[in-house]
Design a protein around this ligand. Structure first.
Ligand SMILES: [Zn+2]
Length: 137
C-alpha cells in the first residue's frame, strides 16, 4: 500500500468530505439546500443557483457508463504495467458524473449505458478511490 506510485488527490477542506466518505465506504457529494442540485467536483457554491447553503449527501453508488476510453500509452510511468486500461465517465443515479476506472470487466466488454456500482479501492492509508464494476443482476 505504501509503495503506491500513481498520482494522488490533493485533499483540502473543500473536497475533504468526499475523500473521508470514500474511506468510510460512502460516496458523498455536495447537495444544495436551496434548489436540490448535486454537484461534483466540489465547489464552494451551487453551480445552479450559486447558493452557499449546501450539505454533503450520501449517494447510492449506482450509475451507468456514459462514455469511456482505453489508454494504450502510459502518460505517467507508474501506469506502464496497466496499459491498456480504461477511464470511464459514470453518470450517477443522482445526476453527477464521475471520471473513474471500471474494474471486473474486460475493456472489450464495456458498453455505453451499462449499469455499474461503486467499488472502494484503498490505494494508500489516506486515500480510497472510487472505482466501478458491472452491477450484478
Ligand atoms: Zn442550488
Amino acid at each position: 500500500m505504501t509503495d503506491y506510485k500513481k498520482p494522488l488527490p490533493a485533499i483540502s477542506t473543500l473536497n475533504g468530505p468526499y475523500w473521508d466518505g470514500l474511506k468510510q465506504r460512502e460516496l458523498k457529494m455536495p447537495s444544495c439546500n436551496d434548489c436540490g442540485k448535486l454537484w461534483y467536483p466540489p465547489a464552494p457554491f451551487c453551480p445552479e443557483c450559486w447558493s452557499r447553503n449546501f450539505t454533503w449527501r450520501q449517494l447510492s453508488g449506482r450509475g451507468t457508463v456514459n462514455s469511456w476510453v482505453v489508454f494504450h500509452q502510459a502518460y505517467f510511468s507508474s501506469y506502464k504495467d496497466d496499459v491498456p486500461y480504461n477511464v470511464a465517465e459514470v453518470e450517477l443515479e443522482e445526476g453527477p458524473r464521475l471520471l473513474t476506472n471500471l474494474v471486473g470487466i474486460a475493456n472489450a466488454d464495456i458498453v455505453i449505458g451499462m449499469s455499474v456500482e461503486i467499488v472502494y479501492d484503498d490505494v494508500t492509508d489516506e486515500v480510497t478511490l472510487a472505482k466501478f464494476r458491472p452491477t450484478e443482476q
